[in-house]
Design a protein around this ligand. Structure first.
Ligand SMILES: Cc1cc2nc3c(=O)[nH]c(=O)nc-3n(C[C@H](O)[C@H](O)[C@H](O)COP(=O)(O)OP(=O)(O)OC[C@H]3O[C@@H](n4cnc5c(N)ncnc54)[C@H](O)[C@@H]3O)c2cc1C
Length: 538
């Protein structure tokens, strides 16, 4: 596997670069103001603080006393582990404070109606997957070409086994295969935890409601004015004001690219329900009439929600459907209704302002990618500062990199909708018929149908900036994008290379080394040696 990429090693490398000695921080950067104290504000402050406070840069978070945080966003990708690791914060410290649980991946229920593919699991990769990935890709390619072989992703990945059995992705001491997992957590508590840590590490905090930004002669931001009568000057401003985009949007008028034609969902409802003795180690995303419902396990409750399109149903209809699903029709449990703006700014770094979080853009929460964008944007910006390059060319490189990540991720999310085979509502039919696809995505879909294998275009193109090859195989195979069962032929020659029963055996034996999720949460093990965390993927 010479061309495998280690996504998570790339994260570690980034960390190393941002802390490398001899960096040339521009002398004009002495004070950075982060406006906003949601997850984006505090994560950014922590990432900046890690490298810049020791170099004499002052970092201040300014947060409105009247505007709340969005308070949703309870699932992560595995990158969040890299965030905490790079800050030297152990799981045993932050997870209990945030009622956090482990996440092995996401089950997609009811997105496909193809027999045998009504549900599939999108796993986070693990070292063990190196033993089964070749077989999975081989069989998926063979099935696209008409061979009747097993190519359902759930049969090939250890993470699917663990989540089916409510096991934690933490192996017994003697077993060397750690799994690169994500987390579920209470978003409000995570913000409070990060704030506490940031203040301990020297970040300053100012409660004040920013009314407007004052521009300098070059069109950059000289200072911000607040309702309390303060005027706060800084060299760099980070806009973490959520969908308002107070600085990047309202002050600098940065153009915005809407994804509304690619992704129809623009609204959401959130409601908690109690959790029993069993704590699942996965998110479940279930197709609904006009969108999908999430179910996220925390240690003390489930977080539930419905993400839907207001073009296809009203807020009342959506709430009724969600309550019915949760058995809460007669309950007075309050429902939170939210609007979502789907798209991105064209320049995440514009003059002396960087937008991080919802202010820079949002791709709906289907794969829980927003915190990853926060982390990567803040890390890439810190890296640029440490390289001493705040030139226009550096802005362009940075913006191109973040935009590619947005586009690649958007296309992966669009694929869930485009490949759906539901026929029950206008919403699902419109999604399947939607022709507003990017050129790389169109190419990928037609390549899959032609049976030529999708590895090379994903590796080479922007699609791979969002998700690696094995995720693309998982979604296409998981949705059952294969010839109809009646058109399949018995496998012949090379098509018949692998025995799925042997893989079942391997995975079952491996799964026996992992323990019950709730049990592990009650005694969270210390961080393992980084060597054991290397995860290779296609
Ligand atoms: C339905 C839904 C589900 C989601 N699920 C996930 C998920 O599973 N995983 C994931 O990674 N992400 C998810 N997200 C996204 C995630 O919630 C956000 O990316 C994350 O919370 C960061 O938000 P933020 O900090 O950018 O904005 P906010 O939380 O909105 O914070 C904005 C901050 O700006 C401050 N502010 C605003 N105006 C002013 C002003 N005038 N002066 C001073 N301060 C001001 C506010 O006080 C607040 O502190 C979801 C989002 C939605 C809508």
């Amino acid at each position: 596997m010479s061309d495998t990429a280690t996504l998570y090693n790339r994260s570690a490398a980034e960390t190393a670069r941002t802390t490398s000695p001899g960096s040339a921080l521009p002398p004009t950067v002495r004070h950075i103001v982060v406006v906003g104290g949601g997850s984006a504000g505090w994560m950014t402050a922590m990432i900046l603080a890690r490298s810049l406070i020791e170099r004499g840069v002052e970092i201040t978070v300014v947060e409105s006393p009247t505007v709340g945080i969005i308070g949703v966003g309870e699932g992560s990708t595995p990158w969040l582990r890299g965030f905490f690791d790079s800050l030297g914060i152990e799981e045993a410290e932050w997870m209990p404070e945030c009622h956090a649980t482990y996440k092995c991946g996401i089950t997609f229920d009811g997105w496909s109606t193809k027999p045998g593919f009504e549900s599939y699991f999108h796993p986070f990769a693990s070292m063990l997957d190196n033993l089964t990935m070749t077989q999975f890709v081989h069989n998926a390619d063979a099935r696209v070409n008409g061979a009747d072989v097993c190519a359902h992703p759930d049969r090939f990945f250890i993470a699917a086994r663990l989540s089916r059995k409510n096991l934690a992705p933490k192996p017994a001491e003697h077993f060397p295969f750690d799994i690169w997992h994500g987390y579920h957590f209470d978003a409000v508590l995570l913000g409070q935890f990060l704030q506490k840590k940031a203040l301990q590490r020297g970040v300053r905090y100012q409660t004040a409601h920013v009314t407007h930004a004052n521009l300098d002669a070059h069109g950059g931001i000289a200072s911000i004015s607040t309702q309390e009568g303060l005027e706060i000057a800084a060299d760099i401003f980070v806009d973490c004001t959520g969908f308002a985009g107070l600085l990047i949007n309202q002050a600098l008028k940065t153009p915005y690219v809407s994804f509304a034609e690619n992704l129809f969902n623009d609204s959401a409802i959130a409601m908690p329900t109690p959790i029993g003795d069993t704590v699942p180690s996965q998110t479940v995303s279930t197709a609904m009439k006009h969108g999908w419902a999430w179910r996220i396990p925390l240690t003390h409750r489930f977080g539930n929600g419905y993400v839907y399109s207001s073009q296809f149903c009203t807020a009342d209809q959506a709430e009724h459907e969600l309550r019915e699903r949760l058995g809460l029709l007669e309950s007075d449990t309050p429902a939170r209704h939210l609007k979502m703006k789907i798209g991105r700014v064209t320049k995440h770094w514009n003059r002396n302002c960087v937008a991080v979080g919802l202010s820079q853009g949002f791709i709906e929460p289907l794969e829980a990618t927003a915190l990853l964008f926060i982390q990567q944007t803040a890390a890439a910006f810190t890296e640029a500062l440490l390289q001493g390059d705040i030139s226009d060319a550096a802005h362009d490189r940075f913006n191109a990199r973040v935009n590619e990540h947005f586009e690649g991720t958007r296309d992966y999310i669009v694929t869930h909708y485009k490949t759906n085979s539901r026929k029950d509502t206008d919403y699902w039919r419109a999604n399947a018929a939607n022709l507003n696809l990017s050129d790389p995505l169109k190419q990928l879909l037609s390549l899959w149908m032609s049976g030529k294998g999708i590895g090379p275009p994903v590796r080479k193109q922007v699609l791979g900036r969002g998700y690696p090859v094995f995720s693309w195989y998982s979604i296409m195979a998981g949705m059952g994008i294969f010839p109809e069962a009646g058109d399949l032929h018995p496998p012949q020659g090379k098509e018949n290379t692998y025995r799925v029963a042997e893989i079942d055996n391997l995975l079952d034996r491996s799964a026996a080394n992992y323990r019950d999720h709730r049990e592990v949460l009650m005694n969270i093990p210390p961080r393992r040696n980084a060597e054991s965390l290397q995860v290779y993927f296609w």
